[in-house]
Write a new protein. Structure first.
Length: 278
């Protein structure tokens, strides 16, 4: 806010035309000690966008969204309404690993980075989409292998430096059906695709990646024991994104992922808005 007297004195020094134009607005804001629109937005608005396609890789976080079997269901409780209070507000009660979300390294690695510590630069990365959807439709226990990554590279070239590698299994289509998404057998063992431990080791040791994503519940396959993919990626400082949406709409190569990760202190992860642009 700016004191009316300051606004008046500025108004006296600029013409009416200037006052309502960018120059006048900047003068006013500068006089009020604010960061002025002229310092950033008008300039950036004049720059052409360097992308023209935007993909939203985020599921709607409904209160009925499938939740990993051992975790708490989300709740949204309305605390005020426009009709009664003049303001609409809800309280969200969420596990960190709910909906489309990130796994910070600390989730599985003592001393690993937490949500607030992950450098912002790692949230903008060349996106590589590795599809195993054809196999996954017949075999829910299938995993991304080293061969899958090498075949992807044969077709599209070596994984770019600092890449984010996403598995497309087709599981995103099941998001509206929690039983189909979880896909548990009679013994309670879940069956959905993920990364094999070997592929995780290859990506960490032989390639330069910032993170990995899946369209299922977990970086690991549903029936994996001991979280081999989590226990490889996260201690290596990579982050994960789980329950990614719309990966089938994104080209295998040539887009940039933008991970709108949360920044709560000491977080092990959290719901995130994920985009790809090209
Ligand atoms: Zn998670």
């Amino acid at each position: 806010m700016c004191a009316p007297s300051v606004i008046d004195s500025v108004r006296r020094t600029v013409s009416r035309r200037e006052l309502f134009g960018a120059i006048g607005g900047a003068t006013l804001a500068a006089a009020c000690g604010q960061s002025t629109p002229a310092e950033a937005p008008p300039e950036s608005q004049r720059q052409p966008r360097t992308f023209d396609r935007i993909f939203d890789l985020t599921h709607v976080l409904t209160m009925s969204i499938p939740v990993y079997p051992t975790l708490t269901r989300p709740q949204m409780n309305q605390t005020s309404s426009l009709e009664e209070n003049g303001v609409y507000n809800n309280d969200l009660i969420l596990g960190e690993h709910t909906g489309t979300h990130i796994d910070a390294p600390m989730h599985f690695a003592e001393g690993g980075l937490t949500t607030d510590q992950l450098p912002a630069a790692r949230f903008f990365a060349p996106l590589a989409v590795v599809s195993i959807a054809a196999r996954a439709s017949d075999d829910p226990d299938t995993a991304v292998t080293v061969d899958d990554i090498l075949s992807w590279e044969q077709e599209h070239g070596r994984l770019p430096e600092g890449a984010f590698v996403a598995m497309l299994s087709g599981w995103g289509d099941r998001i509206g059906d929690a039983d189909a998404f979880t896909n548990a057998d009679e013994a309670g063992v879940t069956h959905y695709p993920g990364f094999s431990g070997d592929a995780a080791a290859f990506l960490c040791d032989e390639r330069d990646i910032v993170g990995v994503g899946v369209d299922t519940f977990s970086l690991d396959t549903g029936n994996a024991e001991g979280y081999p993919a989590h226990r490889t990626f996260l201690p290596a400082g990579k982050y994960g994104v789980e329950l990614m949406a719309n990966l089938a709409t994104v080209p295998a190569v040539g887009t940039t992922i933008i991970v709108g990760a949360p920044k709560h202190e000491r977080g092990s992860g959290g719901p995130a808005r994920i985009f790809a642009v090209s």
